[in-house]
Design a binder for this molecule. Structure first.
Ligand code: PLP
Length: 374
């Protein structure tokens, strides 16, 4: 009965072109789907340093942060991140998904109201499901709608505004200058998910800095170490009291084993390289712009938003899969992104550029996409 139900659902996913499976990428394939924007996930310098240091590092943390899993290297990493994000404190947790669901559940109470962009990441959506607060979803990047919705709130508690800094599937940037003004006007707490902005925007410091803003008591910056930083784990940077509260209340920090010291060491080394080598960030943006301009010349409807993410929206799931498979035959990997990751009817090839891509790689992608189109 149970297995039958699962099989039926899987069959239906196949019929709707929504079926997914795992695949290991061939060696030497050109990957245009990774979030490794700065080319740090395979960083030779960090590998070398890790080899030298390995004897002194524990393989696992052995326990949760509050038991005995909090290590010197995690403390160093948190201090480094607070410095980067110019906040009083930081907490590092297992992943961006865990950071968002745990933080939102811990901070937002039943009597509060939360305003969330309709295209915010799934981890924010899931985190909000864990709170009993009033939830108001505003149109993508639409600050007029944000304020209109805010005025309709029924709850009398704290107001929260939650937004991705860079939207993962669109590659566009939240209008944080205007959102910040609204947050000040209504004394709202502003939570920014900088998963895709850290290492890229605001000289690598994130979306707040991109807009010339500075951290304040009511601003929380979350981010992941798994994208531009090329490692794994995530962080929340905020005021001392917010972090103190999260240490005491955040279930995804309390009831889970702390990250391995090895992983934290990798994050720390890669962060240092990220800051010492700004040309990685500048080059990746130049390359993304080059690709977007090439696609536009070939009559594709794309926009360059000043980030390494360029979505090529083809609408139909079937078409997205066809393009993916065609590219795969030609040694390029570009995943077809379909619902529920993106809204229905907006299936796409989400192109991400890495510092590691050569202009020849980009030319190859351009010429294959053009060939497919004609
Ligand atoms: C905007 C955004 N937030 C959070 C996450 C989750 O981060 P992680 O991959 O570290 O769990 C992602 C990653 O997919 C993301 O795109």
């Amino acid at each position: 009965m149970f297995t039958h139900r699962l099989k039926e659902e899987l069959k239906s996913l196949k019929e709707q072109n929504m079926y997914r499976n795992l695949s290991i990428l061939r060696e030497n394939i050109i990957d245009f789907s990774s979030n490794d924007y700065l080319g740090l996930k395979d960083c030779k310098k960090t590998k070398k340093q890790l080899c030298q240091k390995i004897d002194t590092l524990q393989l696992g943390s052995g326990a949760s942060l509050l038991v005995s899993g909090y290590t010197k290297i995690q403390n160093q990493l948190e201090k480094h991140l607070s410095n980067l994000k110019e906040t009083q404190k930081c907490i590092v947790v297992g992943s961006g998904y865990l950071a968002n669901i745990g933080m939102l559940q811990a901070l937002i109470k039943k009597e509060d109201t939360v305003l969330s962009d309709e295209l915010n990441h799934a981890s924010i959506i899931d985190g909000l499901k864990l709170t009993k607060a009033e939830k108001l979803i505003y149109k993508h990047k639409n600050t007029k709608d944000l304020e209109t919705k805010l005025k309709t709130r029924k709850n009398k508690g704290q107001i929260f505004i939650v937004t991705d800094g860079v939207f993962s599937m669109e590659g566009d940037i939240a209008p944080l200058d205007d959102i910040y003004k609204i947050s000040k006007k209504y004394d709202a707490v502003l939570i920014i998910d900088d998963a895709h902005a850290t290492g890229i925007l605001g000289e690598g410091k994130g979306t707040l800095f991109h807009f010339g803003l500075k951290p304040e008591e009511n601003i929380i910056q979350m981010g992941t170490l798994s994208k531009a930083v090329g490692s794994y784990g995530a962080f929340i940077c905020a005021s001392e009291v917010v972090i103190e509260y999260l240490i005491n209340k955040m279930r995804t920090a309390i009831f889970t084993t702390a990250l391995s010291p090895i992983q934290n060491y990798i994050s720390l080394q890669n962060l240092q390289i990220m800051q010492a080598e700004p040309h990685r960030r500048l080059e990746v943006l130049q390359k993304a712009k080059y690709l977007a301009e090439g696609l536009k010349k070939a009559r594709f409807k794309v926009t360059f938003n000043g980030t390494p993410i360029i979505p090529l929206i083809v609408n139909e799931e079937k078409k997205a899969i066809k393009i993916r498979d065609f590219l795969l035959q030609n040694n390029i990997f570009l995943q077809a992104i379909r619902p529920p990751t993106v809204p229905k009817g907006t299936s796409r090839l989400r192109i991400t550029i890495s510092y590691k891509h050569s202009y020849e790689d980009i030319e190859k992608l351009l010429s294959l996409l053009t060939k497919f189109q004609t």
